[in-house]
Design a protein around this ligand. Structure first.
Ligand SMILES: Cc1ncc(COP(=O)(O)O)c(C=O)c1O
Length: 341
């Protein structure tokens, strides 16, 4: 018996549209406008198979015009590997409590800048509106690009939402990069770029070099999930759940760490916070003593572009996947791990 599992248009299902499922791109354009004020048509969206794939596509596009890139001085490992692979001349930017130093961007020879403005990875600060406007002015004056990786911009718990750089951009200078890894699950491997029109034109001209790697079947599944309204309900639920976990974590830290000198940083958004710990241990000791008690915290020095000694050891704590009980117990255990015997 000749049984066909795929419908007749299976060629389309296998390869899909090079920019991604058109209906999914419509859903994403509407979603980004609602949640981050992004102004774009679905035509400007390119679906990718995770942020690194999206950035790979973008760097291929930028390589012609960009040789020097100004980059936050600490970046996620995958991004760092890609930047090195493309051999950009990197100009590291120091981080302050309100984000990068704009004068350092002006003092660089960069033709593009890479930022995580909603919740800097790893240090968690938010780029202030004032600095956002200055950065956009720089990009306009220098005909340069801003790569805005908004990877956990959907989760903000306190204060007024800060507009995305893309929503403030009137000069087609910002490339917005996003992922469904935080709002759904990393296993989905679906991300997107929002390209300004000039880059879109180049993407289309060089289309044979840019494969569409995100599974068309997952894309369709996501599109139906978004269209049904279930995605919006899921987002509301997750936002309130993560907000609750975030607050429980902060309360537990303030309550439990009475005898250790600790600063909590990077709070108010995203799915992780950081602890700057002054108990005489270095970063490796903080990570290892925590591990011996069964608690995983992550080092931050590994993310620096150019290795340097950080003044105070700082570790990262994720809370998205933990139960309220895990959070409270984990903080008790950390306190034991880090207190003098
Ligand atoms: C800054 C940043 N962007 C993106 C990602 C992950 O993106 P994806 O799962 O889409 O590859 C991470 C993961 O930690 C990240 O730190």
């Amino acid at each position: 018996m000749n049984r066909c599992l795929l419908p007749e248009n299976s060629r389309l299902l296998l390869y899909g549209d090079l920019q991604g499922d058109p209906e999914l791109r419509e859903e994403i354009a509407t979603y980004l406008h609602q949640i981050r004020g992004v102004r774009c048509s679905s035509e400007q969206i390119i679906i990718g198979a995770g942020t690194y794939h999206s950035l790979d596509l973008l760097f291929q596009l930028l390589k012609r015009d960009v040789s020097c890139m100004a980059v936050e001085k600490s970046v996620n490992n995958g991004v760092k590997a890609l930047l090195e692979q493309f051999r950009f001349d990197l100009h590291p930017l120091h981080l302050e409590s309100d984000g990068i130093r704009i004068e350092e961007v002006y003092n660089s020879k960069a033709q593009a800048v890479y930022v995580t403005p909603s919740h800097q990875f790893p240090f968690g600060m938010t780029l202030s509106v004032n600095k956002r406007i200055k950065l956009l002015n720089w990009a306009k004056e220098h005909n340069a690009y801003i790569i805005e990786n908004d990877y956990d911009g959907e989760f903000r718990y306190n204060g007024r939402p800060i507009p995305s750089l893309q929503s403030l951009d009137n000069d087609e200078r910002v490339v917005y990069v996003g992922t469904f890894s935080k709002v759904l699950t990393p296993s989905f491997r679906i991300s997107y770029l929002v390209l300004p029109h000039t880059l879109l034109e180049q993407f289309r001209l060089g289309r044979h070099s840019y494969d569409q790697l995100a599974s068309p079947i997952f894309q369709k599944t996501l599109q139906l999930f978004m269209q049904s309204g279930d995605f919006e309900r899921h987002m509301r639920k997750m936002r309130s759940l993560y907000h609750k976990k975030h607050d429980i974590l902060l309360q537990a830290i303030r309550h439990v760490f009475q005898d250790i000198n600790i600063d909590i940083i990077g709070t108010g958004s995203g799915l992780h916070i950081l602890l700057r710990v002054r108990n005489g241990m270095n970063e490796t000791q903080l990570v290892q003593t925590a591990k011996q008690k069964g608690v995983i915290v992550y080092p931050t020095s590994i993310y620096t572009l150019k290795q340097e000694l950080t003044a105070t050891p700082t570790v990262l704590l994720g809370f998205g996947g933990l139960s309220e009980m895990d959070i409270r117990t984990g903080i008790e255990l950390l306190n034991k791990a880090w207190s003098a015997e």
